[in-house]
Ligand binder design. Structure first.
Ligand code: COA
Length: 142
């Protein structure tokens, strides 16, 4: 159960990497340079779900340009099915000035269920992303 969503810091990167190791296959893992970019490159924003013991339970990576795109979401398997991912996605939807989209591998059925529950709609196949499903949530400008 998380109590806070906050921006990730360099000191969180080892834990983010561990969560990815537990969540994705070897070929899906980011290399170290991506973890550095997540927190230093203006294109990205990364936020973590934190529990009352200040532990990082899951994180979400957002790419800000050209639109808001969720690049990754991962929750420590020991802390799943407690609403951590839903809280992280809701946080991003509220923060985004416009539509939010993402590309998801159809094999990530847990994630697709989560996005559909929150109102994302699957689009037509994306020629730029073969084998992935593009899902979008429209959000009117504030
Ligand atoms: C997809 C993923 C991020 C979901 O994380 P999560 O924190 O378990 O997600 P939530 O807890 O918000 O929702 C998961 C389920 O728990 C249920 N749930 C949420 N809070 C609950 C609670 N307090 N009690 C019981 N069930 C609860 C949700 O209804 C949901 O049910 P569903 O499986 O029937 O859809 C996680 O499974 C994961 O890291 N997967 C591997 C990485 C991945 O595939 N990432 C996506 C591609 S980038």
């Amino acid at each position: 159960m998380i109590t806070t969503v906050r921006r990730l810091h360099p000191r969180d990167m080892d834990r983010a990497k561990e969560i990815d190791r537990l969540s994705f296959t070897a070929s899906e893992q980011y290399d170290d340079s991506m973890y550095a970019s997540m927190i230093s490159d203006d294109r990205f924003e990364a936020f973590g779900g934190i529990n009352e013991r200040h532990q990082l339970l899951g994180y979400i990576l957002l790419e800000r340009y050209p639109a808001y795109r969720i690049r990754t979401i991962a929750v420590d398997p020991a802390h799943r099915s407690q609403g951590v991912a839903e809280a992280l996605v809701r946080f991003i939807i509220e923060r985004a000035p416009g539509p939010v989209d993402l590309l998801v591998d159809p094999k990530h059925t847990d994630a697709i269920r989560l996005y559909e529950r929150l109102g994302f709609v699957a689009g037509a196949p994306d020629p730029g992303a073969p084998g992935k499903t593009r899902m979008t949530i429209a959000k009117p400008p504030a």
